[in-house]
Design a protein around this ligand. Structure first.
Ligand code: FUL
Length: 499
């Protein structure tokens, strides 16, 4: 209010003072009356923020390979080999994922073998020619309907590399097959959250019946150019505005391994080149390209294989901590079997995992928070960190890049995890922090953790006196301190929690 009157008086005085005397600072006051910190660029788009909030979702590798026992088909498989013993049941897949605490899922609907799990207009190599319960089955349709019914987010994996199409490697493939297929998929729901493009660039296959090798590298300088990504992005975003284009699409990146972990330091800025810094991101890169960890929940491969086992809930909890707990999302693969359903062992393991995550990270013990420094001229109080509102945040004044947050739990408790979230709409800023604990608020000890405390980003979870595996031993404490020791600009956090 005070600033408003100041600005108003300067405006009224202008004719007397002359334009030349209007200071640049006052112009800024008019544009930023709430004194919001300036963003540290690059910042995420709205669709990238919504994607990050999905946090944990399932991958369902199901298709021709389920029936041949392969991981990569070569495109020569007969359509009739796709023969589910029951009607495929995506609602069952997503219900299991939901029980694990996942917020969505991505269904593989065309793998490298080119077989489409929907009756597409672009090729005959689809369920239109499948047999038994597979004939005319439409997985995108069943999957999106089930997700909408269950209140889950959904999207599709489509392999750009197609070992069946005779057009692969030519411009016709992009115009007549690949982009139209992506558009058909986008048509199964304008609320899709991610489309997954595998990084493969070609190789051997039965392209149109001809056993040969086609690599796009010799004709096109790179896959971004060959797959006409700029055009593809525009066309998909027109149909599904919130759909993040993963991988070659340049809106979310592969984390660089398939073993269930992101780097302990993890920047959401990075190039879209698969070979560079994927686990850590690149601190000062110009592109917002956050990491997604893809991992398998079973022992056999991405597709279902006879005799495979499902990982223990503890192993899957470690994946969760090493991804969601390190500023990445987790896409966990659950392969349906030949019946078109998830095996019962996978289903019960998902309930177990959901309970484990809820028990360890489900009840926030914080009661109030104070800060050693708080930004003036707006609503930036430390209490915003525990108000349950992701749109209110705490910040310091410009130029103040270190600060201490003290969280009071009201009484001494066993504390095992600290969770922190930056307000990434203003960019990823924090470069270093430490955690201390105290029983009386006077004598403090430094918490030990095997996690490097560098970046925070969308979300960071730090185990106290323990690692990302198993239940952290924790400490007995009433107070927790988070010391921000280094930040690109004034730190801006929206939530802290203690478990
Ligand atoms: C890889 C593929 O080649 C695998 O078959 C699987 O789909 C995995 C998620 O991505 O690049």
């Amino acid at each position: 209010m005070k600033r408003y009157f100041m600005t108003l008086s300067i405006l009224l005085l202008l004719p007397v003072m002359g334009w030349g005397q209007l200071s640049i600072d006052e112009t800024q006051t008019i544009a930023n009356s709430s004194n919001q910190p300036a963003p540290v660029h690059p910042v995420p788009s709205e669709r990238q923020i919504a994607w990050n909030e999905t946090e944990f979702y399932a991958f369902f590798h199901y298709g021709m390979n389920t029936y041949t026992g392969q991981e990569w088909g070569d495109g020569s498989e007969s359509e009739s080999t796709f023969a589910p013993t029951k009607t495929p049941n995506p609602e069952q897949w997503l219900t299991a994922a939901k029980a694990a605490g996942m917020k969505g899922g991505i269904a593989v609907v065309k793998h490298h073998d080119g077989f489409c799990l929907w009756p597409t207009a672009t090729t005959e190599h689809s369920t239109a020619k499948a047999s038994g319960y597979g004939k005319d089955v439409n997985i995108p349709q069943l999957f999106s309907t089930a997700a909408q019914k269950l209140g889950m987010k959904y999207g599709f994996y489509i392999s750009p590399w197609d070992r069946n199409s005779s057009y692969y490697g030519t411009q016709e493939y992009i115009e007549k097959v690949f982009i139209p297929q992506c558009e058909e998929l986008a048509g199964y729901g304008s609320d899709q959250f991610e489309m997954w493009f595998d990084g493969a660039n070609g190789g051997s296959g039965y392209y149109g019946g001809k056993n040969t090798t086609i690599s796009i590298g010799s004709t096109y300088t790179d896959r971004v150019m060959y797959y006409d990504v700029a055009n593809l992005r525009n066309r998909i975003h027109q149909l599904a505005p919130n759909c993040v284009m993963w991988g070659v699409g340049g809106e979310a990146r592969w984390i660089g391994n398939e073993d269930g972990y992101a780097g302990t330091t993890n920047w959401s800025t990075d190039s879209r080149n698969d070979e560079n810094n994927n686990e850590q991101g690149t601190e000062d890169y110009w592109l917002w390209n956050p990491g997604e960890v893809d991992a398998k929940a079973t022992s056999g491969g991405w597709f279902w294989h006879q005799g495979e086992s499902v990982s223990t809930a503890e192993q899957l909890f470690t994946f969760y901590m090493q991804s969601v707990g390190r500023n990445a999302t987790l896409i966990l693969n659950l392969p349906p079997d030949k019946s078109g359903e998830l095996p019962s062992a996978t289903v019960s393991r998902m309930t177990e995992l959901g309970n484990l995550i809820k028990n360890r990270l489900g009840t926030d013990l914080s009661q109030s928070v104070t800060a050693s420094a708080t930004r003036s001229g707006g609503s930036f109080s430390a209490q915003n960190l525990v108000d349950g509102d992701k749109d209110t945040y705490w910040a310091t004044d410009d130029g103040v890049t270190t600060a201490t947050l003290t969280i009071d739990l009201g009484q001494s408790r066993t504390v095992r995890y600290v969770m922190l979230q930056e307000y990434i709409r203003l960019g990823q800023r924090v470069q270093g922090f430490s955690i201390q604990y105290s029983i009386d608020g006077n004598s403090w000890k430094t918490a030990s953790s095997q996690e490097a405390m560098t970046t925070i980003g969308y979300k960071r979870i730090i185990p106290l006196n323990g690692s990302m595996s198993g239940l952290a031993s924790g400490y007995t404490a009433r107070y927790i301190r988070v010391n921000i020791t280094k930040s690109k600009a004034c730190p801006v956090l929206h939530t802290v929690a203690v478990y």
